[in-house]
Design a protein around this ligand. Structure first.
Ligand code: SAM
Length: 269
């Protein structure tokens, strides 16, 4: 992808542009974008991924914080009339309003994310309730491993359980640092997060609070981390569910947390 001669990569914006066409092809292939899909991209950079998605998608709406990329993007994406670049900080943007102008059947996020704000971006997408069907995103490897982790792994944490509430998550491909320009200090991974069909019948606020508390002190067991739920019937709840309070948070599945929350909720009511 061509960059303007005097363009300087900005570390503060997490600017590591993909130079591997193989990885771009993999992202495109796994995304299954079609002519019913509106794609939201965060950080088009020089437009390498954007350009490849354009012939497949209905529309692409790309948020880029760095206005000095305007000329580059105009050149690299010229004549692509289904691509709209919005020069805004994605975290400040009113995404609901922006996408209201489009007609589509499927809504995907496909992006090589700026890593310094991976979690805020995902949280914003969840909280803005825009009805995302799927995300195919490049993230830092350690972060991706945490998102995809299963119970009893060291990578399994509160963020894993939280994201698994909303999405089925799987790893698509590991991406070495050599695939980027400039080369970052970390390796990467492309993951897919597909919206779950089922709606769990649970008090969400209580569930997320319980998960956070359960994982608060990594080395402590549930008995210690959930002390503040005493005096209550937490012991009884755990007995009824056949879960030992001597377990640690990472040994419990999302379903376990949902079952505990539902029982707690009945007591609080
Ligand atoms: N998509 C390009 C690629 O794969 O080559 C660039 C990816 S680069 C890892 C991240 C991009 O996100 C950069 O273009 C950066 O300027 C942009 N960016 C950083 N912070 C942003 C924000 N808050 N809102 C929108 N874009 C942002």
């Amino acid at each position: 992808m061509n960059l303007e001669k005097n363009f300087k990569f900005k570390k503060k914006y997490g600017q590591n542009f993909l130079k591997s066409t193989y990885i771009i092809d993999q992202i495109i292939k796994e995304s299954n974008i079609d002519k019913e899909t509106l794609v939201i991209e965060i950080g088009p950079g020089s437009g390498a991924l954007t350009k490849m998605m354009s012939p497949l998608a209905k529309n692409i709406i790309s948020f880029e914080i760095d206005e000095s990329l305007e000329e580059t993007l105009n050149n690299n994406l010229k004549n692509l009339n289904n691509v709209d670049i919005i020069f805004k900080d994605f975290l400040e943007a009113d995404i609901k309003k922006e996408i209201d102008n489009y007609e589509y059947k499927k809504l995907y996020v496909v992006a090589n994310l700026p890593y310094y704000i991976t979690t805020p971006i995902i949280n914003k997408i969840i909280e803005s309730k825009i009805g995302i069907d799927k995300m195919v995103i490049m993230v830092q490897k350690e972060v991706g491993d945490r998102f995809c982790a299963k119970p009893n792994c060291k990578e399994y944490g509160s963020i894993t359980v939280y994201l698994n509430y909303y999405f089925n998550i799987r790893k698509i491909i590991d991406v070495p640092r050599t695939c980027f320009i400039p080369e970052p200090n970390v390796d990467s991974v492309v993951i897919e997060m597909t919206k779950k069909d089922q709606n769990y019948n649970v008090n969400k606020e209580l569930l997320f609070k319980l998960i956070k508390d359960a994982f608060r002190f990594k080395r402590k067991n549930l008995n210690n981390n959930l002390k503040k739920y005493y005096p209550g019937n937490i012991k009884e709840i755990f007995d009824e569910l056949n879960i030992s309070l001597t377990k640690r948070a990472e040994e419990l599945s999302l379903d376990d947390y949902i079952n505990i929350t539902n029982k707690l909720n009945n007591i609080i009511k």
